[in-house]
Design a protein around this ligand. Structure first.
Ligand code: SF4
Length: 451
């Protein structure tokens, strides 16, 4: 009988960037012959990839470490909270090792020390696009790490450092492998996608025999060559974003290529609050820019996030934010009531907004946006669009359109999806029949052409 493979349990917390780190570590574990197991009982050692972005994430991470220690005993900690080892050791002195984000070598070293790998040539048969935690048909593509901004509510730069971009040829090669492995949608993530390449002085790289620049526009052109969906997250409204709008305009209705979708975290609209936040971008130009993008690409879906109740926010400043929302008519919006993050500069700002005022503002904000989202979706009823199927449940297929990123936006519910024989990971042509505040309801176009 061959000896059993060493077994590793894995707990992955945090944002899409942390998820990419988890995928890298899992891929390396599989390459080296470790089995990944889903229960504490079966695992010889457990890796916990933590998040330290806000206080509730720190608590969740410390709880996850505590649970792994109680259930298994041998625990290796990595990820953003690993930047604060004293906090982890104080709560859980028994952890085997602690490392920060993207420190794959330390994680693998700790796994080797706790559980030496067993050589078996068959376990090298890992797909060349690695092990993915997302469903097979979409994948996160991390293009850079760290951030050159210093927003006062954020501790990412102190945890992850300044912007470090991955060279464009490396990113495009990874994207190509993912596409070959069956991925139909790439979600481009970073802390600031519009700053991509600035640290490398937009250095050129070779991919598919051609030269590409480490720069957002060139990356988008490269991704377009793959013939699958690409979606941009965490873009800032800088003037050079204008350059990629024509690429998006080609893919109205969900055609292959760069999707007419921009995830831009505006965070606020009052110039004074934005200044207190030290946010990049000039607010007075933002509305103009949105309007000019929409003139060029009427289908453009804009997603954003906002913070209400930032220290010192007055009723008038909050109302300026509501006015912005009315004018900008964004498609998708997430909002948070401000909560202090340990180590963030904003904690020192005067005039904190009382909790009940924050909650009341959050409700008013979300009520207004719900009306706007509903109105934006109504415009699409009767349209024919190409959507990507995520799941089948009973008679229904759950899909997403060009305007819906997984997990954070809405869905397209296809009423006759099962009957039409749709399967997850497939593109389908549908006709939009109805909508509520967040989701669309559709039927399969009788002439749809399954890919
Ligand atoms: S842009 Fe601001 S909020 Fe975003 S990662 Fe950088 S510092 Fe944090």
């Amino acid at each position: 009988m061959p000896a059993a493979q060493p077994k590793v349990g894995f707990v992955s917390l945090g944002c899409p960037k942390a998820l990419v780190d988890s995928e890298r570590i899992l891929t390396q574990l599989r390459v080296e012959g470790y089995d990944i197991v889903p229960s504490y009982d079966d695992a010889d050692v457990v890796v916990v990839n933590t998040c330290g972005f806000i206080d509730s994430a720190v608590t969740e991470s410390l709880d996850a470490i505590g649970e792994a220690i109680a259930e298994n005993g041998k625990v290796i900690v990595t990820g953003c909270l690993g930047k604060r080892p004293e906090q982890i050791r104080e709560a859980h002195p028994g952890v085997l090792s602690i490392s920060g984000p993207q420190d794959y070598a330390s994680v693998m070293g700790a796994v080797h020390a706790a559980l030496p790998p067993r050589h078996d040539p068959f376990v090298d048969l890992v797909p060349d696009f690695g092990v993915k935690l997302t469903p097979k048909h979409f994948a996160y593509l991390k293009i850079s790490e760290g951030c050159n901004h210093r927003c006062t509510f954020c501790i990412i730069p102190s945890m992850r450092g300044d912007l470090v971009s991955r060279p464009v040829d490396e990113v495009l090669r990874e994207a190509e492998k993912l596409a070959r492995g069956g991925v139909r949608e790439l979600l481009v993530v970073s802390q600031d996608t519009s700053a991509y390449g600035v640290d490398l002085r937009y250095r050129e790289g070779t991919w598919q025999g051609r030269q590409w620049q480490t720069r957002m526009k060139s990356l988008c052109e490269g991704l377009t060559e793959l013939g699958i969906w690409s979606r941009l997250h965490y873009v800032y409204p800088y003037p050079h974003v204008d350059e990629i709008i024509p690429l998006m305009a080609r893919n109205a209705n969900g055609g292959p290529g760069l999707l007419p979708y921009l995830d831009i975290p505006f965070q606020h609209a009052s110039p004074r609050i934005l200044k207190l936040m030290k946010r990049p971008g000039a607010v007075e130009k933002t509305l103009e820019r949105i309007q000019s993008w929409r003139r060029e690409c009427p289908d453009l879906a804009i997603r954003s996030t906002f913070i209400v109740g930032f220290p010192g926010e007055t009723e008038a400043e909050f109302e300026a934010l509501l006015d912005f929302l009315e004018d900008a008519r964004l498609d998708r919006v997430g909002a948070f009531a401000y909560s202090p993050v340990e180590g963030a500069a904003a904690n020192a700002l005067p005039d904190p907004v009382p909790e009940e005022v924050k909650q009341e503002r959050l409700e008013r904000f979300m009520a207004l946006q719900a009306e706007i989202s509903a109105e934006r979706l109504q415009r699409r009823i009767g349209r024919r669009e190409r959507v990507l199927v995520d799941a089948i449940d009973g008679d229904l297929a759950y899909a997403r359109s060009y305007a819906d990123a997984p997990e954070i936006d809405g869905i397209v519910q296809i009423q006759d999806g099962y009957e039409a024989g749709l399967v997850p990971g497939q593109f389908a042509e549908v006709t939009m029949m109805g909508a509520d505040e967040h989701d669309l309801f559709a039927v399969v176009d009788p002439e749809y052409d399954p890919d």
